[in-house]
Ligand binder design. Structure first.
Ligand code: ADP
Ligand code: MG
Length: 236
């Protein structure tokens, strides 16, 4: 297995307050790793630190063998790290198709696996909405669009921050199915979630964080039956 993304001993601060403490993560190629934790646990801060939006206070981040700890966000993106934040920002005045085309580029290894035709194939819902202004999409449709837009850059690794947050159950089911298909097609994903059930059928392994620290690591099947950890750290 090739290791695509690694964080060693990562810490992060907002001003003087320390938010992340000594986070270790390893993401293997073609795997999906769930980053689980309650609201406020530090999931988004971890994702932002990996993406370069929040600076690492200490520790090291390695993407496909390169140390990116101090690289700016755009350089990380160029090296194949696609970050999809939780706020689902689309270009509202542009059509779905233009939102995707704006992001089209080859991957860092020259691959161009994801093109518009493949996106329409993988996201039939978006294909039907291709001429719609992105600002007029529902929350779930926008979530699909921002994931598809990230894929248009042919990244090595996708960082998805709470894609299920605030969406109706039926929409969550659609996004879950799409992410399972994405994983089956060989994508490598770090999936931050509060919703453990959402992750169960998508991610093989889970890292649970609480108050900015890793408190547990287990395969998702085992975690589903681990009542103690779920009660203590996941509020379900
Ligand atoms: P999660 O994504 O797991 O809900 P966050 O990473 O957003 O958690 O937040 C972790 C902690 O950092 C929380 O205590 C939150 O209040 C704090 N925090 C998040 N963003 C900021 C910020 N911009 N400035 C100060 N504190 C923040
Ligand atoms: Mg968050």
């Amino acid at each position: 297995m090739t290791e695509l993304l690694r964080a060693d001993g990562l810490s992060a601060f907002y001003g003087a307050s320390q938010i992340l403490f000594d986070i270790d993560l390893v993401l293997e190629e073609k795997c999906t790793l769930a980053l689980l934790g309650r609201n406020g646990a530090g999931k988004s801060t971890t994702m932002k630190t990996l993406a370069g939006i929040v600076p690492a206070g200490s520790g090291r981040i390695v993407l496909a063998g390169r140390d990116i700890t101090h690289a700016p966000p755009h350089a990380r993106a160029k090296l194949g790290l696609a970050y999809v934040p939780e706020d689902r920002q689309v270009f509202p005045e542009h059509t779905v198709e233009d939102n995707l085309l704006i992001a089209a580029k080859s991957g860092p290894d020259g691959r161009r696996d994801w093109t518009l035709p493949r996106i329409w194939d993988a996201f039939p819902l978006l294909a039907n909405l291709r001429a719609r202004q992105a600002g007029r999409l529902s929350g779930g449709e926008q979530q699909l669009l921002v994931i598809a837009r990230a894929l248009m850059g042919n990244p090595l690794v996708l960082l998805l921050d709470e894609p299920s947050e605030g969406l109706a159950p039926i929409v969550v089911a659609t996004i879950s199915r799409m992410l399972r298909e994405l994983r089956a097609s060989g994508a490598t994903i770090l999936l931050a979630e509060q919703n453990m059930h959402f992750c169960l059928r998508i991610a093989e392994m889970a890292v649970v964080i609480d108050k900015g620290k890793v408190v547990h690591r287990e395969d998702t099947a085992g975690l589903a039956g681990n009542d103690d950890i779920r009660r203590r750290y996941l509020a379900i």
